[in-house]
Design a protein around this ligand. Structure first.
Ligand code: GLA
Length: 389
């Protein structure tokens, strides 16, 4: 853990001048609503208290000079010719953000920036979205860009889709920017409206367990799942011409037309339709502080991701089952894209130690991997401070 003052010292050491802003953008954990965002459905993430921090100052020219403390590496590019790089791939996020801003006609110039990321990578906790949002806010603050929150979210997503090459939906960037301390964010990924849902479950906690199996989104089945969803949509549109996304499909539609679709595709549709219903129910349960039913919805979500959407893994299933065998654990599900990454538990505070102990022992025995734990509480979204030194 590096303090902000230490980061300021690092900045001065690298760039021999002072940073003028500090920006922090958090990672997120999704409570429920997985693989629904790109089907125009519903999601319910919270921001976590792990952030990407950027300290930056303006330059007089068009150079962007970066130093990433996590990698211990520097990189540099010119705003007039922004290209994807294979070495220092971490800098593609800054490159992508600068590129979309320029393509959209925003006037930006060079910056010096130190980056420090605390969000674990390839763990399904949206480290990339946190870097994108932090970078975009840095340019916004330094160059006084007038840009609305929704536009920031869309541009950050676009950088990831078009420049980095991951077809992610809108949830992660949204959660990183607009989350509120103490609340989950209920997002309608069609209208892009949101509401804050109070998370107040006295005596209970959310715990994230990192399987330490890395999930490489760009090379994974993520883009393939997206394709399957569009294929399923096309099939269904022959019978249901009015639907525009899998969001519009109902359980009755599946009963009527499901058998006309290839078996894999209908499974994907069943997941999306049922997951959307679960999110809507979960919001109500959360509002009424119904911990047990909220936990059950989490369990059903995992089952569906495992059986129907097929994005779980042996390690994630093992963590889920092991966790559920501990007294006082009410919900367990993979969170994020899947194929590795993290499991989220909802549990009684008194079960925290027994759960961690059991998982440490059993998971290490089974896999040889040392899991990591993060106790998460709904945290605030991205913010910046000016004139810091
Ligand atoms: C990744 C993507 C999100 C979302 C989740 C799955 O985190 O970035 O847009 O699709 O996977 O719910």
């Amino acid at each position: 853990m590096i303090t902000d003052n230490q980061l300021i010292n690092k900045f001065e050491e690298f760039f021999l001048n002072k940073p003028s802003i500090i920006v922090k953008a958090p990672g997120r954990v999704n409570l429920i609503g997985e693989h629904t965002d790109y089907n125009e459905g519903f999601v319910l993430p919270i921001a976590i208290d792990k952030c990407t921090t950027i300290l930056a100052s303006k330059r007089e020219d068009k150079k962007v000079r970066l130093f990433d403390l996590k990698y211990g590496e520097g990189d540099e590019f010119n705003l007039d010719s922004i290209e994807y790089v294979e070495i220092n791939r971490w800098s593609n996020y800054q490159r992508g953000i600068a590129k979309v801003l320029i393509d959209e006609g925003y006037r930006i110039g060079g910056i010096d920036a130190v980056i420090y990321g605390e969000v674990p990578e390839s763990a399904g906790l949206s480290s990339s979205a946190s870097v994108e949002i932090a970078t975009l806010l840095s340019f916004k603050e330094l160059y006084g860009i007038n840009i609305q929150p929704l536009e920031i979210i869309k541009l950050a997503k676009r950088a990831e889709n078009e420049f980095v090459g991951v077809e992610c939906g809108i949830m992660d960037q949204y959660a990183s920017l607009l989350s509120r301390k103490g609340y989950a964010l209920f997002i309608d990924c069609r209208t892009l409206d949101y509401s804050n849902v109070r998370v107040s479950l006295p005596g209970f906690s959310f715990l994230v367990c990192n399987s330490m199996v890395k999930r490489e989104l760009a090379n994974s089945a993520y883009n393939e799942r997206r394709k399957e969803c569009s294929e399923a949509l096309k099939f269904l549109q022959t019978y249901l011409p009015k639907i525009n996304a899998l969001r519009d499909v109902t359980t009755d539609d599946i009963k009527k037309y499901g058998s006309y679709l290839p078996p894999t595709l209908i499974k994907r549709v069943m997941h999306v339709v049922s997951e959307n219903e679960r999110v809507i129910k979960a919001v109500v349960e959360l509002e009424h502080r119904k911990t047990i039913t909220f936990g059950e919805l989490m369990n059903q979500s995992h089952q569906s991701l495992k059986e129907l959407y097929q994005v779980s893994s042996e390690e994630l299933d093992f963590l889920v089952e092991t966790g559920k065998s501990v007294d006082g654990v009410f919900g367990a599900r993979l969170t994020g894209a899947g194929f590795g990454g993290c499991v989220l538990f909802l549990l009684k505070e008194s079960s925290m130690k027994p759960l961690k102990d059991k998982i440490f022992k059993d998971y290490m025995n089974k896999t040889g991997l040392t899991p990591q734990f993060y106790e998460v509480t709904p945290s605030r979204g991205a913010f910046s401070e000016n004139n810091i030194s």
